[in-house]
Design a protein around this ligand. Structure first.
Ligand SMILES: Nc1nc2c(ncn2[C@@H]2O[C@H](COP(=O)(O)OP(=O)(O)OP(=O)(O)O)[C@@H](O)[C@H]2O)c(=O)[nH]1
Ligand SMILES: [Zn+2]
Length: 198
């Protein structure tokens, strides 16, 4: 389904998701007729559909909508892109930052398209490893660059609010293709994303 039709899609399925949220809230022991909760099933349904709208978006189409021929052969890095996703095991958020680089091969892409692609894959039920790989592969597939690199650093609420209850652990995942499989290029990227210029 194309990117722009997402709102229509949401409206169509809200009723069913809303009713299921209502049942869950009641099963948890709450009164859905209570003033503060009357609209909560609808709000929760909308929020969850917003947070999972990536299933109906096409990363390749987003990238291909703004690709330009350019003779630029250096590394392009977009760092500190905010990431908010939901872990597929507990449906609790994990969040942090993505750092993405590519080396063009005749084509550059509109800069804003890279964070949009991050959101396409983040707004699904995910594991951080797959999120990293899907971003990497979609950029590789659309741009066919000389190389692409993705690093994601994230904190998982399922490890903070419950479970092992560790408040300060950060999980780092990475993926490298093409030129970034060479140590020298990979190290330059890793040095640049950890620089003080951030
Ligand atoms: N590899 C990976 N694991 C994740 C991610 N998000 C959550 N998890 C883990 O998924 C695992 C699910 O393990 P289970 O033992 O089936 O679930 P659980 O009993 O709720 O586990 P605990 O969280 O250890 O209480 C847990 O170890 C989570 O920490 C992720 O993005 N990547
Ligand atoms: Zn989890």
């Amino acid at each position: 389904m194309p990117y722009k039709n997402i709102e229509e899609y949401n409206i169509k399925i809200t009723d069913e998701v809303r009713e299921r949220y209502k049942h869950i809230i009641e099963e948890l022991g709450e009164d859905t007729a209570r003033e503060g909760l009357v609209k909560t099933p609808e709000r929760a349904a909308k929020a969850m559909m917003f947070l999972t709208q990536g299933y109906h978006q096409d990363a390749k189409a987003i990238l291909e909508s703004a690709m330009f021929s350019e003779n630029y052969n250096e590394m392009i890095i977009i760092k500190d892109i905010e990431v908010y996703s939901l872990c597929e095991h507990h449906m609790l958020p994990f969040f942090g930052k993505a750092h993405i680089a590519y080396i063009p091969n005749g084509k550059i892409v509109g800069l804003s398209k890279i964070p949009k692609v991050v959101d396409v894959f983040a707004r699904r039920l995910q594991v951080q490893e797959r999120l990293t790989k899907e971003i990497l592969e979609s950029i590789d597939d659309a741009l066919r660059p000389q190389g692409v690199a993705v690093v994601i650093e994230a904190a998982h609420l399922c490890m903070m609010m419950r479970g092992v209850q560790k408040q300060n652990s950060v999980t780092t995942t990475s993926g490298f293709k093409g030129q970034f499989e060479k140590n020298e290029t990979r190290n330059e990227f890793l040095k640049l994303i950890s620089s003080d210029l951030r």
